[in-house]
Design a protein around this ligand. Structure first.
Ligand SMILES: Cc1ncc(COP(=O)(O)O)c(C=O)c1O
Length: 407
């Protein structure tokens, strides 16, 4: 398409966008798992208001827009509180989980270089860690070492210990990981790191805004946050279970002094001092405002209520899946991510039938699985989903393909 010679009126553009949007996933109908985390009309209204108010501003220069600096600071402080961070902790907002993870890896790399003279840095991640770590290793010049999973689908701690060398800059655990929803043994992993002065990152991109509230509901959530000695950084995405619109995550540091390894400062150009906390230069303001607004709108009470809906829906789905004799869950996930497979039917063929019925489930291989990420609004469709799943297990043909598919 070439840039049109003449402009198009808004009414026409609106109609065209609405028409094109009809091809997109029906997330409002609860048929997607992951990507969007609907939390109901009242939250949507708050998000629309914040986005509208801050659609034009630029968070590049916090001195020009002090309201943004204040809101970002408050989002970070509230997040640090949720993660039980100590008094001298610090952090910044980023555009999402991947950027927070990139910043954790950069911090660890710089810390290893400055404190231990490491010039060929390595990082150890569970095989189930999100690809953002591989991306970070690729961008930032670290060698990525993948540790295998134990039979419970959490990372094998002994294998991690074996992989440590003088060059290890970072060890990672997920809370929870994406593929199976398991929380790695964070205290054991962080202890290995702490003994050797190595940085340790908890990837709580998914869990950061869910696990603290499940814990308040009395769920047995394994230790994952700053209460675990040795955890140096944590990523927590406000645009996942914080229910903000996209573009909002927090990277938290146990000790705010390590932020110097994250932040980029430069004054060797005619424009004076240029400081940047993360990857982006110009930064959209709306995600900051949306994160701040939704956190204040929901408060602890609102988040606990939404976590209860997630927990109860997970229970319904787990019980339903486990009542289908051909199916079983992979692992024993403690939060909101589920992967299920089968030794009796071809689970990816079952996924094809579910596709045909309009459910968008991720496919996983090694082990073969269908994958779900449960959000509050799924309580409306859990029974319909299970009815379709029972049908799909009973009546499916050969699989159309065997490739894994993320989102
Ligand atoms: C465990 C985990 N970490 C990190 C990420 C990356 O987050 P983002 O897609 O916001 O970059 C995801 C995304 O699903 C995730 O599930």
């Amino acid at each position: 398409m070439k840039l049109p010679a003449r402009g198009t009126p808004l009414v026409e553009l609106r109609a065209k966008m609405a028409e094109r949007k009809q091809q997109d996933a029906d997330w409002r109908g609860g048929r997607t798992w992951s990507l969007i985390y609907p939390a109901g009309e009242a939250v949507d209204e708050v998000l629309r208001a914040a986005n509208e108010l801050y659609v034009f501003e630029n968070a590049l220069n916090p001195f020009r827009f002090p309201s943004l600096r204040q809101m970002e600071g408050e989002v970070v402080e509230m997040t640090l509180g949720l993660l039980s961070a100590p008094e001298n902790a610090g952090g910044t907002m980023t555009s999402g989980g991947t950027e927070s993870i990139l910043m954790a890896v950069k911090t660890a790399r710089e810390r290893a270089r400055v404190e231990r003279g490491v010039t060929a840095p390595e990082m150890i991640v569970p095989r189930s860690a999100h690809p953002a770590f591989a991306k970070a290793a690729h961008y930032l010049g670290l060698e990525l070492k993948q540790a295998p999973l134990a039979s419970d689908l959490r990372v094998d701690v002994a294998a991690v210990r074996e992989l440590v060398t003088q060059n290890t800059a970072l060890i990672v655990g997920s809370a929870p990981n994406y593929p199976h929803g398991m929380i790695d043994p964070i205290p054991d992993l962080a202890a290995i790191a702490a003994e050797r002065g190595i940085s340790f990152h908890t990837d709580a991109c998914v869990g950061g805004f869910l696990l603290p509230f499940l814990e308040r509901l009395g769920e047995p959530i394994p230790a994952f946050d700053f209460r675990v000695e040795g955890v140096t950084t944590i990523s927590a995405d406000v645009h996942k279970y914080g229910y903000a619109t996209k573009g909002a995550s927090v990277i938290s540091h146990r000790d705010r002094s390590t932020l110097t390894h994250q932040i980029f400062l430069y004054d060797q150009w005619p424009g004076g001092l240029y400081g940047s906390p993360a990857l982006a230069g110009a930064r959209p303001a709306a995600p900051i405002a949306a994160a701040w607004a939704v956190m204040n709108f929901l408060g602890e009470e609102g988040y606990v209520a939404l976590a209860r809906r997630v927990r109860d829906t997970v229970r319904v789905l787990r019980t339903g899946i486990e009542s289908i004799p051909e199916l079983h869950l992979w692992g024993n996930p403690p939060a909101s991510l589920l992967a299920f497979g089968s030794e009796k039917v071809d689970i990816l063929a079952v996924g094809d039938v579910m596709d045909d019925r309009g459910w968008h489930l991720d496919r996983q291989t090694g082990p073969d699985a269908l994958h779900m990420m449960v959000s509050p609004e799924h309580d409306r469709i859990a029974d319909a989903f299970l009815a379709d799943l029972r049908e799909a297990v009973a009546h499916h043909g050969p699989r159309r393909g065997g490739a894994a598919r993320y989102s």
